[in-house]
Ligand binder design. Structure first.
Ligand code: BES
Ligand code: ZN
Ligand code: ZN
Length: 487
């Protein structure tokens, strides 16, 4: 889809449809009064978020349709509401034959407005049709942001929005591929292709190399599958970093890349098991974020680390009760082979520290328990460092991604005690998202670290008004923003 910025008055806009936000408690855009006042007085349109009304062949306009979209209460209208409103309109009109959509901005726009609007459009235009030749999806050809008066800051916002949303859709593409088409090897190849396209350094560690290094915890999970594991290392280095005192910080982004989670010997029920192809959405978020970071060029080194395995059942699979030795030297008693995410992430966390990373963030579809706690609305955020968490939550807020701080006090730590190893890989039933986070914290140790449990937010079981069913690409924008605002 082409995206562009135009400076025009409403009546000059040529498009299949031009959309405009109207508020519940405001006038909306004065220019549109002539056409839309009647809709409001008739009661057909009240301005609630998500509401839409269409006027065909509006007199005096060049556009074929004028669409009013609800912006809700004016004082609650922000970039997040706008992003969603644009996505909702895009998804509604593209199925009705609209190819060229224009979005009329009010006069008081800024960079953030343009960014959010174009993100909403690119994310809303996305459909997972790569394996569906019979699909009748009809994407938009072009999306134009229209401002009534010249506002150069909109251009920067538009460019940034395109970078971020395309990176997020790239992550959604990775997540959408089923496990037979997105094995650890293929994730590695995809990351390599992306690194070539966007000029990042990359290294892909294979099983032999991981054995030499001593990543026994990751390899224990991988041993039950015929698909070999990989550990992907993507490196972004700002230009001239060596001479810049501010860049002694080094950010690591770590993503869980389980391409299919059968549960292993502690096998999952058949119901919904197909959704475990999404168990690599953390990995997709990291690879997507690195794609955006390569283009946004922040002033801090960022290393993306993706441990990727398939968690399968076989005669070689790891058993409950097995004890493995992690890269850190700590031993782990595997009481449940379905708690495999933490077993691959701990070796990635230790490796990140060995690479000299000073700040760690991980994203993982780690526990069903976080879905019980927060539903599908918020990502759960855990930390050993409140300052680091504040930075992360700040970036998430700016990008309109919902994240909620979760507790991680010492009282939960003892739940992971094992009689036979340094740690057990599960605790008792209750508080499962927290014990999972504590397990990771044992490996982060004192290095500032934030863990994001995206089991509830990584994908949509059903389409939303503004987003297709499937992976959401959550964390891509937050990660890119965290890096962009670091210095
Ligand atoms: N990948 C799952 C977590 C998950 C569950 C993600 C549902 C999305 C939806 C993870 O590997 C897992 O199986 N966790 C177990 C941990 C348990 C065995 C302690 C879980 O949450 O049930
Ligand atoms: Zn599992
Ligand atoms: Zn899993």
């Amino acid at each position: 889809m082409e995206t562009k910025l135009l400076y025009q008055a409403l009546n000059e806009v040529e498009a299949d449809a031009v959309a405009i936000v109207l508020f519940e408690d405001g006038e909306g855009l004065p220019q549109a009064k002539t056409w839309l006042d009647e809709m409001r007085t008739s009661g057909e349109f009240t301005g609630k978020p998500g509401e839409m009304a269409t006027l065909h062949q509006p007199q005096g306009l060049k556009a074929k349709r004028l669409i009013a979209v609800g912006g809700g209460k004016k004082d609650k209208f922000d970039a997040a509401v706008l992003r969603k409103a644009v996505g909702t309109v895009v998804r509604a009109v593209k199925q009705k034959g609209v190819k060229k959509l224009a979005w009329m901005l009010s006069g008081d726009n800024d960079t953030v407005t343009a960014e959010a609007a174009v993100e909403g459009a690119i994310l809303g235009n996305y459909e997972p049709i790569m394996n569906k030749p019979s699909s009748d999806a009809k994407p938009l050809d072009s999306f134009a942001l229209v401002a009534p008066a010249h506002a150069p800051e909109l251009e920067a916002g538009l460019q940034r929005g395109v970078i971020l949303a395309e990176a997020q859709n790239f992550a959604r593409d990775l997540g959408n591929q089923p496990a037979n088409l997105m094995t650890p090897t293929i994730i590695g190849q995809q990351a390599q292709q992306m690194a070539r396209d966007f000029k990042l350094d990359i290294e892909v560690l294979d099983r032999e190399r991981m054995k030499q290094l001593g990543m026994g915890s990751l390899l224990g999970v991988a041993q039950g599958s015929d698909e070999p594991p990989v550990m992907i290392i993507l490196k972004y280095q700002p230009a001239g970093a060596k001479n810049d005192a501010k860049t002694s910080d080094h950010l690591a982004l770590i993503g869980k890349g389980v391409t299919f989670d059968s549960g292993g010997i502690s096998i999952k029920p058949a119901q919904d098991m197909e959704k475990m192809k999404y168990d690599m959405c953390g990995a997709a978020a990291v690879i997507g974020a690195m794609r955006a970071i390569a283009q946004l060029k922040p002033n801090v080194p960022v290393t993306g680390i993706v441990p990727s395995v398939e968690n399968m059942v076989s005669g070689r699979a790891q058993r409950p009760g097995d004890i493995v030795k992690s890269l850190s030297g700590k031993t782990v008693e595997v009481l449940n082979t379905d708690a495999e995410g933490r077993l691959i992430l701990n070796d990635a966390i230790t490796y990140a520290k060995r690479l000299g990373c000073t700040h760690l963030v991980d994203a993982a579809t780690l526990t069903g328990a976080i879905v019980v706690a927060l539903g599908h609305v918020h990502t759960g955020a855990f930390t050993n460092n409140q300052e680091m968490l504040a930075r992360l939550l700040g970036a998430a807020k700016e990008e309109g991604e919902n994240m909620w701080p979760m507790p991680l006090d010492d009282d939960y730590r003892e739940l992971l005690k094992s009689a036979f190893a340094d740690l057990a890989n599960i605790g008792p039933r209750w508080g499962g998202a927290i014990t999972a986070a504590w397990f990771l914290r044992e490996f982060a140790e004192d290095t500032p670290w934030v863990h994001l449990d995206i089991a509830g937010t990584g994908w949509l079981d059903e389409a939303a008004p503004n987003l297709a069913k499937g992976p959401t690409g959550v964390c891509v924008r937050t990660f890119a923003q965290l890096a962009a605002r670091w210095a």
